[in-house]
Design a protein around this ligand. Structure first.
Ligand code: ATP
Ligand code: MG
Ligand code: MG
Length: 296
């Protein structure tokens, strides 16, 4: 029996599953804390690389980035005869997508347990416009830290901004984060295309400005409550395809959204530019969101 099963008690309920694996709520038997543990299958031949990447994630410590813990553990080598889609992981700073035969290992990645994500909270911000501002500021703090390490998140969306037990926003799902300058190998996961910068295509080097486009879409969603999923889809699609977003004002905050989602990457501010600007436009942010939420 591997260390994972001896160290953790697995809670019955699955927190969720994605293209790369399943995430379970688990209690550590020694420290008695709850964690989210992601179980992914990896091909043995890419194991070293993925473990190195998992180790890198564990070295990132920032209050606005979901904590990954050391020694992502591997166990259970299985020989697969079938052709099986084995993807990279939260270690997928990296490798993905090939469908091959081979020896597969299970990898267990221990993460800080989060409680919900921004996407679930967007509908319920009435009376709380200041919370939305704080979440966005925390998000930008995490992003500017990640970028300072030369890493782009590469899959930012409201679903990947998590809330911790103190209701602080943290960037999570770092599975496809990549070094700036490395080449894009895969397309984003389904649902993520509305956040994908228009210049982001297979073969193009990753640039942190691609994250800024996604962050601009997230800022738009925070500031302009959208009534239905259908409306949201139409609006964000028009933004991606034609650079059109209904932004009514000319205030600092409106200008910021426009610049962040610009189709010209050079017009987009960096995460630290955004951070520096935020205190100045806090009142506009909170005030305009408050008016929209109350339908004034
Ligand atoms: P994709 O494979 O396309 O990236 P995904 O992002 O939904 O899809 P995962 O990253 O595997 O897939 O996450 C699966 C689910 O687990 C998600 O719904 C997410 O909300 C949840 N989850 C991931 N990390 C954590 C965490 N640290 N704490 C709590 N829940 C988490
Ligand atoms: Mg996700
Ligand atoms: Mg994911």
């Amino acid at each position: 029996e591997g260390r994972f099963l001896t160290d953790f008690e697995v809670d019955d309920h699955l927190l969720g599953s994605g293209g790369f694996g399943c995430v379970y709520k688990c209690k550590h038997k020694l420290d008695l804390q709850n964690y989210a543990v992601k179980v992914v299958k990896i091909l043995k031949k890419t194991k070293k690389k993925i473990l190195r990447e998992a180790q890198f994630l564990a070295s990132v410590e920032h209050q606005s980035i979901v904590r990954y813990y050391q020694d992502a553990e591997e166990e259970d080598e299985i020989d697969t005869d079938e052709e099986e889609a084995v993807f990279g992981t939260e270690g997928n700073l990296l490798f993905s997508g090939s469908v091959e035969k081979g020896v597969v290992s299970l990898l267990f990645i221990q993460m800080e347990l989060c409680h919900g994500n921004l996407s679930e909270k967007l509908e319920n911000l009435v009376d709380n416009p200041e919370l939305a501002y704080n979440w966005f500021r925390q998000f930008m703090e995490g992003l500017s830290h990640l970028h300072s390490l030369g890493i782009a998140h590469n899959d930012l969306s409201t679903k990947n901004i998590f809330l911790d037990k103190n209701n602080n926003a943290k960037i999570g799902d770092l599975g496809v984060a990549k070094e700036v300058g490395s080449t894009i190998l895969t397309e984003d996961s389904l649902g993520a295309e509305l956040y994908r910068a228009p210049e982001k295509k297979k073969g193009v080097p990753i640039n942190s400005k691609m994250d800024i486009f996604s962050a601009g879409v997230i800022l738009y969603e925070l500031l302009y409550p959208i009534k239905t999923g259908f409306e949201r889809c139409l609006l964000l699609q028009a933004n991606r395809e034609k650079g059109e977003l209904p932004i009514d004002g000319h205030s600092g905050i409106d200008l910021l959204v426009k610049n962040m989602v610009s189709h010209h990457p050079r017009e987009r501010p960096t995460a630290s530019d955004v951070l520096a600007l935020l205190p100045e436009i806090k009142n506009e942010f909170v005030g305009s969101l408050d008016r929209r939420l109350r339908g004034i």
